[in-house]
Design a protein around this ligand. Structure first.
Ligand code: A2P
Length: 274
């Protein structure tokens, strides 16, 4: 039932994970435990979400072995820099109640700070220490990726970016493919807004599935890692029932047409000033 993708560093990442953005500690605790109970083995959090403690509690109370879970967290922008990153990483581990993460991400390049290269050097050290098993980035554009690769020789295994059927990131994905970087989709459901679209509803009806399941499957069928967010037990469960059908070429063509090119819902990483 689970499907995993392989990073360039040889490690595996479960293709579908639970996102917990905007989920407070108590809710995150229950959401994570529910997800692990219904079969998820991949949880994606971040220091800035303020719920690492809840995520850690959910993992502990689930009874699932830590070694069977793929856990991601992210470094927040105001902790960028070499020493500050090492400290922030320790703080995240403490809150999560674990002694390693499977994946550590630089949350945003935050180019105006001019610190993402030093930050990446600290990430390389954390990987060498084995406390961050794999290291990657989020919201990076080709020029940020090119810079850290050229300066360190260490390519991030993954770039987690805004990606959904109406913002498909075709060019960035081609760049990733050239460099052996896996693409991970945040807000894969377009924050739920896309689920009302009549074309998606038609595909969903054809397969006897929900619109969310169709959109999650659309990410999977293109080799993307996908982390739908839900705090609702039924929807958490529903979003994981995606391993027993696939979309055909007609469906993929319908969804391909929904791309609106440049219209993001979230901030533009080039100009974001946070
Ligand atoms: P909720 O947490 O109440 O389930 P994204 O992952 O693109 O950011 O989308 C998350 C949003 O979509 C949340 O508001 C979430 O609400 C909603 N959502 C998640 N899964 C489903 C689903 N299966 N059906 C409808 N809405 C969903």
């Amino acid at each position: 039932s689970q499907v995993s993708l392989k990073f360039a560093d040889g490690r595996l990442i479960p293709q579908v994970g639970l996102g917990v953005w905007q989920t407070p500690n108590e809710t995150a605790d229950v959401a994570v435990r529910t997800a692990l109970e219904v079969g998820y083995r991949h949880i994606d959090t971040a220091a800035i979400y303020g719920n690492e403690e809840g995520v850690g509690k959910g993992i502990q109370s689930s009874g699932v072995a830590r070694g069977d879970i793929f856990l991601t967290t992210k470094l927040w922008n105001d902790e960028q820099g070499y020493e500050t990153t090492l400290k922030a990483f320790d703080d995240s581990l403490k809150r999560l109640g674990t002694d390693y993460v499977d994946l550590y991400l630089i949350h945003w390049p935050s180019p105006h700070r001019e610190l993402y290269l030093d930050t990446w050097k600290a990430f390389i050290k954390l990987k060498e220490e084995g406390r961050a098993r794999s290291i990657g980035v989020s919201n990076f554009c080709p020029e940020h990726l090119e810079k850290i690769i050229a300066e360190t020789g260490e390519t991030p295994v993954i770039n987690q970016v805004e990606l959904h059927p109406d913002f498909q990131q075709t060019e960035l994905r081609a760049f990733h493919d050239k460099h052996g970087i896996i693409t991970q989709s945040w807000s894969p459901l377009g924050r739920g807004k896309l689920l009302e679209h009549s074309d998606i509803a038609a595909v969903a009806r054809k397969h006897g599935r929900t619109a969310a399941q169709v959109v999650i499957r659309w990410h999977m069928d293109q080799g993307l890692v996908v982390i739908p967010k839900s705090a609702n037990p039924d929807r958490i469960k529903q979003n994981f029932q995606v391993f027993d059908f696939t979309l055909d070429a007609d469906d993929m063509a319908v969804l391909a047409k929904l791309d609106n090119g440049g219209n993001r819902m979230g901030p533009d990483p080039m100009t974001a000033d946070f």
